[in-house]
Design a protein. Structure first.
Length: 283
């Protein structure tokens, strides 16, 4: 019955599977892994439309790649000048943004050292070190050090805790900065798109960012998490802060476990026009 259910789900995704033909290689291996029909051997070298080359090391990375490049979960107009990738992971969104917006400067922040090393490797392989600025720190509510949580989760789901304590791994102190300091350091007067996926730290990071700073961002693609790092914060509190900073919710999807994907658009001044996108379900 479980196998039948997986087969039926794969049929429902036939449109996106057809869209992936010619875009990703090796197509068959990545598709069966994404559909959870068969697990493949890692690491695996991947080539994407546009000459993008990268290496994946676990199944969760296949799902992230598929959502970004095939399902196009982050809408882009193509004329963006400044893009933030907060929670850069191994650089998948930064690679996508560089392809879709060929004139954009991209700033990507990733605190975990091993992940950051892979991010830089992908930038080198794709000759993007001149366009993408890689920042080896996390984004938080204050300038501080944090510690990586000790838990058996995929690399892209690693969280930061205030620690250290029994819940943090040894020798995992990482540096964190605020969104305001990142923008000030790089003299970013406006930002066209901020993709924010920082595993629960989005609450403290955005609530600590003044409305006058947030008001300089045109669009935000935000992941709202429901985990220990997010404990004590309410989604409505954060969304109200963003509304007070001039944003309106363009799209919001929430799964039964409380994880939400939110697209917000700035309504003030010149930040008021962007085409609607089709609704997508959470994978």
């Amino acid at each position: 019955m479980y196998a039948l259910g997986r087969y039926l789900r794969s049929l429902n995704r036939s449109v996106e599977i057809l869209r992936a033909v010619g875009q990703i290689s090796p197509f068959l291996k990545l598709t069966v892994e994404y559909l959870d029909l068969q697990h493949i051997r890692y690491p695996i070298d991947v080539h994407l439309d546009g000459g993008i080359r990268l290496r994946l090391e676990e199944s969760e990375e296949v799902k992230i790649l598929w959502n970004i490049f095939v399902r196009r979960c982050y809408p882009m107009a193509g004329d963006e000048s400044i893009v933030l990738d907060l929670g850069g992971n191994i650089g998948l969104f930064s690679l996508y943004a560089a392809r879709e917006a060929p004139r954009a400067r991209i700033f990507t922040a990733e605190p975990i050292p091993s992940t950051f090393e892979r991010l830089q490797q992908h930038l080198r392989w794709n000759a993007l070190l001149g366009r993408v600025t890689a920042l080896n720190y996390g984004i938080a509510g204050t300038e501080c050090d944090r510690f990586i949580a000790r838990e058996a989760v995929p690399l892209g789901q690693k969280r930061l805790l205030s620690g250290p304590d029994d819940n943090t791994a040894a020798d995992t102190r990482v540096s964190c900065r605020t969104l305001a300091s990142l923008m000030a350091e790089h003299r970013l007067e406006t930002v066209d798109l901020a993709k924010i996926d920082i595993e629960g730290s989005e609450f403290e990071a955005l609530l600590a960012t003044p409305p006058e700073i947030l008001g300089r961002i045109q669009r935000i693609a935000l992941e709202l998490h429901n985990n220990t790092t997010a404990k004590g914060y309410r989604p409505d509190e954060l969304l109200n802060h963003l509304k007070e900073s001039g944003f309106e919710i363009a799209q919001m999807e929430t799964d039964p476990e409380g994880f939400s994907q939110v697209e917000l658009r700035q309504t003030r001044d010149q930040f008021n026009v962007f085409p609607q996108r089709s609704k997508r379900a959470i994978a």
